[in-house]
Design a protein around this ligand. Structure first.
Ligand code: EPZ
Length: 427
C-alpha cells in the first residue's frame, strides 16, 4: 500500500484543475442500464470508485469503451452500452467494496423488471441503511424481499406503475435510486422532500437528455412522467464541489492564493460562505474560483445539513482549517452518526478538539506538528492531508486507498501549486 509524505509549511499558489464529481458520476453511470443505446459520459474522474462501478456494470454485460485519453489528462470519456443485459445480480464481493453499487437497484429493476443487489452494509462513518431506497421503490409498485443478505426487487408483469413517496428524511442515494426507477414507470411519480444536492440536478439533466420528463428539477418536489423507453445521450459530468472545497481549505490553511479551475461556485454556496466567515477571500467567475488567505483565520460555528446547507462531506476538511483559526469553533454533524474519525488523528498533530456525540469543539490557533497518521474514511483522510500541509515537519498518511476513492491524482494536483508532497510505496 502507498503512503503520502508531506512536508508542511509551503504556501500554496497557482492553479488546480477540478475533476468531474465522483458523487455525480456514481449515479450517472448506472443510468446506462435504462437504455439499449450508448450513453457517453465526459469529464469522468479517474478514481478507484469509478473503475469499481464500471467493473460492476461489466458483470451485467454492459460494455464500456474509454475514448482517447493521454496519461497527463485529468478525467476521461467513457461510453457505456447496455444493449443486452446478461445478468441482474450485483454480488456481495463487489457491493461490499463500494456501497454506491446499491444505485444499480432502481435502474435495473425499471429496465429488467427484477434486480438482486447485495445489502451494502455499513462503513466507517455510519451504518448507512437503505430502507428509504426500498420504501420508495415499493411506493412505485415494486415487490421487495430481503433474503441471505440480498435485496430482491421485482416489478409486476406490466412494469412498475409508479406512485408517490414522501421522504421522512432527505436521502441523496434514495432520491437517486427512486429517480432512476421512476423514469421508466408506466405512470407519473412524485418524490416529496427529495434531496436537492447538485449531483441530483446533474442526474435529472442526464435523464432529461435521455428523453425522461422530470418537473421541479433542483427543488425538493420532483414529478416524473414515466416513459416507455429512453434513448442514449452524451453528457458532461459536473465539477466536483467537494474536491474543490477540499483544495480551498488546503489553500487557506497555508495562507495561499489558489485558483480552482472549473469549480462551480453556485454548487458550493454554503462552503464558500463558511470560508468567507473564517476570513478567507473568495472570488468566483464563470470558469472557476479564486481562494486567497493572507489574514488571520477566525473561529466560526458550522452545522452540516442537506443541500443547500453545509455539506457533511466538507466537515472534516473545514475542521482542519479551524484548528488554525483564532477562537473556539463548534461543529455539529447532523447527517452521519460517526463522522469524527479524523479527530483523534488531528489531535496527534497537536489539534485541540473535544467531541461530545455529534458535536466537536475546536480551539485555536494551535501549531500543528507533523506525525504518522492513518486514513480511516475518504474525507477524514483529506482533512489529515490539509493539516499536514500546514504542520511543522513531516506528516505520513497511510492507507491511501481511502483517498484514491475520491481524489483524482491528489499529490500531482497539490504539487502543481507548490506543496512538498510525494507518494511512496509503503515498505
Ligand atoms: C451520499 O451518500 C454521498 N455518497 C455521501 O458522500 C454524502 O455524504 C451523502 O450523500 C450526504 O450528502 C454518494 O453520493 C456516493 P444519504 P448517501 O442517503 O446517499 C440516512 C463521500 O464522502 N439514510 O443522503 O449514502 C443515512 O444513514 C460520501 O463522498 C437512511 O436512514 O447519503 C444518513 O444518516 C460519504 N436510510 C442520511 O440518511 C436510507 O435509506 C443521509 O444519507 C438512506 C439514508
Amino acid at each position: 500500500m502507498d503512503k503520502l509524505i508531506i512536508r508542511g509549511g509551503n504556501r500554496l499558489s497557482g492553479t488546480i484543475p477540478i475533476s468531474g464529481a465522483k458523487n455525480a458520476a456514481l449515479t450517472l453511470i448506472p443510468c446506462a442500464l435504462l437504455t439499449e443505446e450508448p450513453v457517453t459520459l465526459r469529464n469522468l474522474p479517474r478514481l478507484a470508485d469509478i473503475d469499481g462501478f464500471q467493473h460492476l456494470m461489466g458483470q451485467f454485460g454492459v460494455a464500456h469503451t474509454i475514448q482517447g485519453q493521454r496519461p497527463e489528462d485529468f478525467g476521461r470519456v467513457v461510453t457505456l452500452e447496455a444493449t443486452r443485459l446478461t445478468g441482474t445480480v450485483a454480488p456481495y464481493e463487489l457491493v461490499r467494496k463500494m456501497r454506491a453499487s446499491i444505485l444499480v437497484l432502481g435502474p435495473m429493476l425499471a429496465r429488467m423488471g427484477e434486480a438482486t443487489v447485495s445489502l451494502p452494509g455499513g462503513c466507517a462513518i455510519g451504518n448507512r441503511p437503505i430502507d428509504l431506497h426500498l420504501k420508495a421503490l415499493e411506493a412505485f409498485g415494486a415487490h421487495i424481499e430481503l433474503a441471505q443478505g440480498y435485496v430482491k426487487a421485482s416489478a409486476p408483469d406490466g412494469g412498475l406503475p409508479g406512485g408517490d413517496f414522501d421522504f421522512p428524511i432527505v436521502s441523496v442515494g434514495a432520491t437517486e435510486n427512486a429517480l432512476m426507477a421512476a423514469v421508466l414507470c408506466n405512470g407519473t411519480s412524485r418524490l416529496i422532500n427529495a434531496a436537492r444536492e447538485p449531483e441530483i440536478v446533474d442526474l435529472c439533466r442526464l435523464l432529461t437528455a435521455m428523453g425522461a420528463e422530470i418537473e421541479g428539477i433542483g427543488t425538493s418536489e420532483l414529478t416524473i412522467h414515466g416513459a416507455k423507453r429512453l434513448h442514449g445521450a452524451t453528457y458532461r459530468v459536473m465539477p466536483d464541489r467537494i474536491e474543490a472545497g477540499s483544495y480551498a481549505c488546503a489553500a487557506a490553511i497555508t495562507g495561499g492564493d489558489v485558483r480552482l479551475e472549473g469549480a462551480e461556485a453556485e454548487d458550493m454556496g454554503s462552503t464558500l460562505h463558511a470560508l468567507r466567515n473564517i476570513g478567507v477571500e473568495i472570488e468566483s467567475d464563470k470558469k472557476g474560483i479564486d481562494v486567497r488567505a493572507n489574514g488571520p483565520l477566525k473561529a466560526h460555528n458550522l452545522t452540516t445539513a442537506p443541500f443547500p446547507g453545509l455539506a457533511t462531506d466538507m466537515q472534516a476538511q473545514l475542521m482542519s482549517l479551524l484548528t488554525r483559526a483564532e477562537g473556539t469553533s463548534v461543529l455539529k454533524e447532523t447527517i452521519f452518526e460517526n463522522r469524527f474519525m479524523h479527530v483523534p488523528e488531528l489531535a496527534r498533530m497537536g489539534a485541540d478538539i473535544e467531541t461530545e456525540g455529534r458535536t466537536a469543539i475546536v480551539r485555536g490557533p494551535v501549531n500543528l506538528t507533523g506525525a504518522e497518521v492513518m486514513a480511516t474514511d475518504l474525507r477524514a483522510s483529506m482533512s489529515l492531508v490539509i493539516a499536514g500541509l500546514a504542520a511543522e515537519g513531516e506528516t505520513t498518511v497511510r492507507r491511501l486507498y481511502h483517498l484514491d476513492r475520491g481524489y483524482e491524482r491528489l499529490e500531482e494536483k497539490l504539487q502543481l501549486v507548490g506543496a512538498d508532497i510525494e507518494r511512496v510505496g509503503d515498505d
